[in-house]
Design a protein around this ligand. Structure first.
Ligand SMILES: [Zn+2]
Length: 221
């Protein structure tokens, strides 16, 4: 899953406005940030198989450190502890639980679309409901999730002037375009995976910056 992950970030920002949106954009995608790093380092393994699934050519056959349920849980606890320790003031531990939950949400959102490649720890059994088998239905799920979170965010924030009225919609359109772009291009059988991981890192980072910019135009209600 890609932009569907940001549903949890928008929803968490609506629910706990003390946590900045950009940080939630990092949190919900933290597992994939680390995954891309580990793919580049050759620790976690993926191969490109054109037509593997209609909406994804990635055979993600080894990623226990980032995409096992236990692995994702450990990253979530680590992120929550780090955030709780770094942020002072009242309610910082409640906010840190939100950050941890945002990190863990990644695994459950991936569960919807992935082939059965998400282990509990490592090896079998592996889980994944496989919505990526259908380009149409996986996109309906991603956009549906994203719009649900976006709707909550819009309800719980108010614009800071005219820019604040337009900026969220521009950002939403941008998210949609990045998602569409991610499904373009041709995959080369057993092609190099490092450029793919680097592109993912760049895309996630650009969206973190976009979230930061956009959220500056809104105020929590
Ligand atoms: Zn993932």
């Amino acid at each position: 899953m890609f932009i569907g992950h940001y549903s949890a970030a928008f929803a968490a920002r609506a629910f706990k406005p003390a946590v900045p949106l950009w940080l939630l954009f990092v949190a919900v995608q933290l597992v994939d940030f680390i995954w891309a790093g580990l793919v580049i380092a050759g620790v976690e393994k993926v191969r490109i198989v054109p037509g593997f699934m209609e909406a994804s050519p990635l055979d993600l056959y080894y990623m226990p450190f980032t995409h096992s349920l236990v692995g994702a849980f450990i990253w979530a606890v680590a992120a929550a502890l780090l955030y709780g320790a770094a942020r002072k003031g009242a309610g910082h531990w409640a906010a840190s639980i939100i950050v941890g939950a945002a990190v863990l949400s990644h695994w459950f959102a991936d569960l919807l679309v992935h082939a059965p490649d998400l282990p509990l720890v490592s090896g079998d059994p592996k889980f994944g409901f496989g919505l990526w088998r259908s380009l149409l239905w996986s996109q309906v799920a991603e956009m549906g999730l994203l719009l649900g979170g976006f709707w909550l965010y819009m309800r719980h924030t108010a614009p800071k002037g005219a820019v604040g009225r337009i900026a969220p919609w521009v950002f939403l359109l941008f998210l949609g375009l990045v998602q569409a772009y991610s499904h373009m291009g041709t995959a080369e059988e057993n092609g190099p995976t490092t450029p793919f991981a680097i592109t993912a890192l760049v895309a996630y980072s650009v969206l973190v910056c976009g979230a930061w910019l956009m959220d500056r135009t809104r105020l929590p209600k």
